[in-house]
Structures are given as C-alpha cells and as structure tokens.
Design a protein. Sequence first.
Length: 529
Amino acid sequence: MDVKERIRQLMGEQHLTQKELAERSGVGAVTISRILNGHFEPQAATLAKLADAFGKSVSEMIQDDLYDTNKRKTIYGYIEYMGIIHRINGFKSLESFYTKVKDNLKTKDNMNKIGIKAEQDKQLHLSKEGNVRGIIGAVIGDVVGSRFEFLKRIPKEYDLFAEKCTFTDDSVLTVAIADSLLHSRDFKVSISDWVKRYPNAGFGVRFRKLMRGVKDVSNDSIGNGSGMRVSPIGFFAETLDDTLELAKQSAVVSHNSKEGIKGAQSIAAATFLAKQQKPKDEIKAYIENEFGYNLHLTEEEIKERVAIVNQENKNEWAENTCPLAIIAFLMTDDYEGAIRKAISYNCDTDTVACMAGGIAAAYYGVPQEIVNNVVNYLQQDLIDVINEFDGLNLQITERITPKEFHRWGGYLVYGTGENKNNETEGYMAMKNFRATNVLEGIDHNAYAIPTVGRSLDEIKAAVDRFIDYAEGHKDKTFLVTQVGCSKAGYTPKQIAPMFEKAKNMTNVYLPLVFKEIPETWEKIKRTKG
C-alpha cells in the first residue's frame, strides 16, 4: 500500500470526503485530488498536515509500507533502520528527503547491512528526472517569452531569463483559473478579481471593459486568451470529458465563440493527455481529429504562415496560435526545448510559449533549476496560488524592482519635485513618468519621495519616513525606482545606502543597482564630511 492508498484508507475509516479532508488539513482540494490520482507525491509539509488531520504521525501515515515484510529491504526499511522518518519535517520535500537517504546508501557497508540491491536504488526517485509537473510550466513559458513579443527577429541563442522578462496577463489568468479550481470559485468571478489586481498586465481593451461589466461589450472573442489560461484544467480534471467541459466553461466567460472554445479545449486536452503520458502520435491524432488543427506543418510552412498572420494582425487568434503551441511540444524532446521552439515561431511569443509550456510541463516536467529561476519574476500572491496548486514551496529570494514594473501590482515609489510653476511633478530614471498629485507620501497606487532640489540629508529623512510607512503596511507591496537618480541629479551610489534597511523587508522591491552597492549611509556621510 503506497501513500495515496493509505490516505484513501484513512479517509474511508474516518468517513471523510476530499473536501472535508481539505478543510480539516488546510491542504488544497486540488492537491489532495492529484495525490490520490497518483499525479505527484506529497511534499513533506503536505504529508505532515494530512497526518495531523488524521490524528497520525508521519511514520504512521506510511506504516503499512514501513512494516510490509515484502518491502522491508527497500527504501522504507532503510528509513526505519536510520530513524530518518522522525525527522522528515526538516526537509523541504520528499524528494530532498529521499536524496538524503540515497546519500547514506552510498557506502557498501550500509548497502550490505540492510540488504538493499543496487537496482532497488531506483526507487528513490519520485518522478522522472526529479522534474516538476504543474502550471508553473505555463507561467515560465510566459515569463521567458515576454521579452520577445514585439521583436522582428528572435535571436538564435539567448538565456532563458533576463532583466526584461516579466509575467504578463497570460500568467495572471492562468493563476485565476487555478484559483477558481482550488477554491470552487466561479470562473468569471475569479478572472475579474485577478484582472483588478493586475490591471496593467497586458489585457486587451475590450477584455478589460468586459471584466468591469461595461454594457454592450460582447464576450465572443476568437483570440487565444481562452487557451493561454487553461492549463490548470488539464492538470485538475480526472477525465477527458471533464477536461473539455471545464475548458468550455472557462472559455465562454470572454471567448464564447467556436474558435475561442476550440482553442481552450485543444490546449486543455493536450495538457490532460500529456499528463496521462499518452504517446505523442496519439495526442496529435486526437487533436487533429477532434479540433481540425493541422499539426503536420513543416518548419517552412510554419514560417510562411506566421509571416502572413503577423502581417494581417491575426497573430493573437486562437486558430493561428493554439496549433503552434501544440506543434512546439510535439516536435521537441524536453521542456526547455518546447518553449524555445514556441518562441522561435515569433508569433505572440509569450502566449504560445505559455501554452506550449503547460503541455510540456505535464509531459516532461520542468527542471528544478528553471523553476527556481522564475520565482523572482513573480509577485507573492501569484506564487501562493502556484504553490498550492502544484504542491510546491517556492519562495522569493531576491526582491528586485522589475524592468517592466508597469505590469506589476503594488505601489510605485518615485522621486518628486516642483517645476518652475511650483507644480509638483514625478520623475523616474527607469521610465518617463510625470503624474503625481502629492509631493510626498501615498498617491493612489504610488508613493512619492521628494528629491529634486533636496539635499542628501533631506532625501534620507524622506526615505526613512517611507520605510517606516512600509513597515507599518505589510499588506502593501512597494516597487522602488531609482529615486533621486534622474532630475535630482544624484547617483545610485549616493542614494542606495539610504535604503539599506529596506533590503531585508519582504514587501519592498529595490532596483538591482541599489542592491549591488555595498556602501552604508554612515560611509556616505563620512565621505560628505
């Protein structure tokens, strides 16, 4: 009996439904469903929560495996022997836990002592190559593809992540659908809520009006917005029929047209079949037969077609982009190859890579290194939903103000001053920006710090007031620009030390150049003197 069967057994003994277990344990209903269906192993923290919900210890949760005489000389026997099971909560995931066990198995004496054969060592791997399967794959595709969206040519070689990378509306709406599935929210309600949180993420004008409830705005788009957000359904649904029905429900909110619905269903179905590890030929045949997409296009045919749709401004239509995402997956052999191929088509790069990334993540999984790298390009509320849906424990390690900060939610922190007419103006070194009603403090979705015509000591005092404000408002996120480094005429080396205290604050993001300057304010003061 494995972990998922043990959970089913305990649910039966205690007469708990999945929903009731989710409420009791604090583990998302989607996560429990995916564990029970064998789609992924629970992390250590998740396993501990479930054990507490059942009134069991972690070791009792898997005791049937632990004491099964037929498996006693496998990994679980070794866990019992080493007593590691009682320290499982010290590891971030079961995978890291098993890795530790594997390290202890390396000596011949230990191997012989417990009788584990070399071939049984393979049981230590939780999934193929330790890759992550989930909606994080779609989000990564969006982030990586974002900086190529308006380029005429895609470079042949590039790093996946760069300063101009950002999440877009694709990631926001992917999270919105995941949020809806996790918490049984109406698709439209969840989508509207996330659009309000990130109004500048890149949504079309008509879509924003539709979500605001503006009258006489139709919901019959034929664009690819229905396909870009649908990967959570492919991971969530337990049957293909459920996948198609949920995809349709999610699409009609804004894409209640034949092509809009077809786009959502094709991407969701491809993701579901990929999750089931169906042969690629079978996936291709199903999509072609069910949706009429031609997935046999050659590279040259794709190039010609993309040139036409780009020229005709039809590069955001579902019928022109959803097939490209599926082809990118079918033609490659790993996750990274799939999103690079999707981007190489140079057709709505972030969206096509987002759709291809979701499918590829379901089939191949995403290498952990790539997953770790994307975290700092996301905001915390997005990460929270991804963690819950995918059963991950992703954490931001560097809070750096993004180059494309206009897409983010939060309060923009910038410098201000008075012009020759004694009118207040705002200034930023990172982007042209001239809109403010106050000289200092909160102004709608921004925070003003007076810098123009101010001495360094005066600016430092204003920065201290900002930091005090930020500390008292942990619910707000502040994106600091290069304050004082444009119109005020100071350098980052002079200004950055003023924000020294903010470097460790979880709700304040600082420009990369500020983070890289080691000088302290005390040193700057001595230099001035």
